[in-house]
Design a protein around this ligand. Structure first.
Ligand code: HPA
Length: 275
């Protein structure tokens, strides 16, 4: 348990970032491997390396960049996290509170969480985009366990509207405008870094999961705790283990992500326009 994580700890990160910008970002966007290049389109941008932000975490996964990009996108003031943090990298769940709490202290009222995930629902195909309507996290501790910090939110809090229904409708409308056939479903968290076994995927399906991935859920919990609205979008980078008779590889995940990046980008920009 990391007792250093008090309100002032997070505030130090936020104050540093605020000292570098002259606007309040409205929307935080966490770029998963499916949206790596989106930040190129941000205008009037200010880039801050994670490693320069006091008390922030530093990204350890190669393909993720480790930068905060702040500026304008589709007429909105945004802060993009290019590079996110996962439990499998060795962080405690408690440390994974840092990004969302800092985004909240910057003034963000909403976060768009994106990720690449394995398709568990057999009616999905690789390359599909799924709007997350709910999540299941049965593995590991809550990121907000330990002494509650009331400046962020109450000890016990509701998770029944975590993926905001209004934003789900906005995303569906944006998908229509973008001429994208959009899916909707439940994101099931697995800690990784190993991909799942076929038996685990059958269990996840029986429990109600439509997609499986190693990120997003802690961010959604922390955002819900501090009252930020959440929209979640998953790119189906592969069919989950055991559905097809082929082993899963990172190459396949990255390839599909790359192939679908443009579609994802168009959708995201249309979502921002509708908000
Ligand atoms: N399982 C877990 N995480 C993932 C997968 C998967 O099949 N694909 C992309 N991220």
């Amino acid at each position: 348990m990391n007792s250093k994580l008090d309100f002032e700890f997070y505030k130090k990160s936020a104050d540093y970032i605020l000292s570098k910008i002259e606007f309040v970002p409205e929307i935080a966007i966490v770029l998963g491997s499916c949206l790596g290049n989106l930040s190129e389109e941000i205008e009037n941008k200010i880039i801050i390396d994670y490693k320069d932000i006091p008390n922030f975490l530093d990204a350890t996964v190669d393909s993720h960049a480790g930068k905060l990009i702040l500026g304008d996108l589709s007429g909105k003031k945004v802060v993009c996290m290019s590079g996110r943090f996962h439990y499998y990298e060795g962080y405690d769940f408690e440390e994974l509170t840092i990004p969302m709490r800092v985004m909240h202290l910057l003034g963000c009222k909403m976060v768009i969480l994106t990720n690449a995930a394995g398709a568990v629902n057999e009616s999905f195909v690789a390359g599909d985009i799924m709007i997350i309507k709910d999540q299941i996290k049965l593995n590991g501790a809550s990121p907000v366990r330990g002494k509650n910090i009331p400046e962020f939110g109450p000890r016990f809090f509701d998770m029944s509207n975590t993926y905001d229904k209004e934003y789900i409708e906005v995303a569906k409308k944006a998908a229509k405008i973008s001429e994208i056939d959009i899916k909707e479903g439940v994101y099931f968290y697995m800690p990784g870094p190993q991909f799942e076994t076929p038996a685990e995927i059958r269990a996840i399906r029986a429990l109600g999961g439509d997609a499986v991935g190693m990120s997003t859920v802690t961010e959604a919990i922390v955002a819900a705790h501090c009252g930020m609205k959440v929209l979640g979008l998953s790119l189906m980078s592969n069919m989950a283990a055991g559905i097809l008779d082929v082993p899963l590889t990172t190459e396949e995940v990255d390839e599909t992500a790359e192939r679908s990046e443009k579609k994802f980008r168009v959708l995201l920009k249309n979502i921002l326009k509708q908000i």
